[in-house]
Design a protein around this ligand. Structure first.
Ligand SMILES: [Zn+2]
Length: 327
């Protein structure tokens, strides 16, 4: 085989792989923003587990300050601040709060009124705060897990409807999604541990789109399940498209972003990356991979998309948040 034929065959092969695997075709579709954020001297993030963007382009990160994961989880609250707020454009830290309150931070969601919703898997609770950290609503019982309408067991995330009603993914302990009214009254729930349609095995992240479709990152089933706001099943996106989805977000055009944390337990994980899909579940682009360098993740855990299309990804092992811009 002469060199030309070899080159041509290689080109065809790369072209074929490029079509079959969008990771190759679009590996440079997003670029990390180096030097974002700029933490004040002496500040560091702990295990960064939740991220969301508000209407002011403020980026909220929920992290564990100086606490690492241990089992059993400790009883006492983390003394340091667990909420860090950054200016999305500049990366400057503009606020901190959430000290002396949380045992093991997990999910963070900002609703359309800029309220901040948090889940604490150490306290088995869900909280609604104002933008500036005033406690507005508290659900569940502190450090008491349960399966009924007033308890959670290691709840993971919240998604908020336009009317203020909200969903909770619950979670590591239970395998259900619960819907509440805007004032926190239990409405209904669905799901049990399993792999059939409508079952869950670690519902770990939630997102809602403008049409009220609820996307559930069904992590240990390696799929995303899509439901309507009444909990009726719409669609399932399987492992080949979403890997092992840890976090999920929808942008203002309806595209769905998934952070694939890779298969666990392996060390190191086989992958960690972000996948953007259409609302119909077609893969549009993939970026990022496992690693320590800028633009890589040790374990991508949650992500958020700003109005400007910037994507923010928190890395729970790497203890950081990174910003990516579309090219
Ligand atoms: Zn704000």
């Amino acid at each position: 085989m002469n060199l030309f034929v070899f080159a041509a065959r290689t080109f065809v092969l790369i072209g074929f792989l490029g079509m079959a695997n969008p990771a190759l075709a679009d590996a440079s579709s997003y670029s990390v923003v180096h030097g974002w954020p700029s933490l004040p001297k002496g500040h560091a993030l702990g295990r960064a587990s939740g991220v969301a963007v508000d209407s002011h382009n403020h980026v909220f990160v929920f992290h564990s300050f100086d606490r690492d994961w241990s089992e059993p989880l400790p009883d006492d609250a983390i003394e340091g601040t667990t909420i860090a707020v950054f200016d999305g454009a500049t990366g400057d830290m503009i606020a901190e709060w959430g000290n002396d309150m949380f045992v093991m931070p997990h999910g963070l969601t900002v609703d359309s009124n800029d309220n901040v919703w948090l889940t604490d898997v150490g306290r088995h609770q869900v909280f609604k705060f104002s933008h500036d950290g005033e406690l507005l609503l508290e659900l569940g019982e502190n450090r008491v897990p349960g399966t009924d309408s007033t308890h959670f067991n290691l709840p993971t995330d919240v998604a908020v409807l336009d009317d203020g009603g909200f969903f909770v993914s619950d979670g590591y302990g239970n395998s259900r999604v619960v819907r509440f009214s805007s004032d926190g009254e239990f409405e209904f729930q669905w799901g049990k541990r399993g792999s059939k349609t409508g079952d869950f095995d670690l519902p770990h992240g939630l997102a809602l789109d403008d049409e009220g479709r609820l996307y559930v990152a069904d992590r240990s089933n390696s799929r995303v399940q899509v439901f309507d706001r009444e909990g009726s099943f719409i669609a399932e996106w399987t492992r080949d498209r979403v890997g092992r989805p840890y976090g999920i977000a929808v942008d203002n055009s309806g595209s769905v972003f998934v952070v694939d944390g890779g298969d666990q337990p392996t060390s190191p994980p086989d992958r960690s990356r972000v996948i953007r899909l259409s609302s119909a579940g077609e893969t549009e682009t993939i970026f990022g991979r496992f690693g320590n360098y800028d633009g890589q993740f040790q374990m991508g855990h949650d992500l958020a998309v700003g109005e400007d299309g910037a994507v923010y990804v928190v890395d729970i092992i790497g203890k950081r948040v990174q910003k990516f811009l579309p090219l």
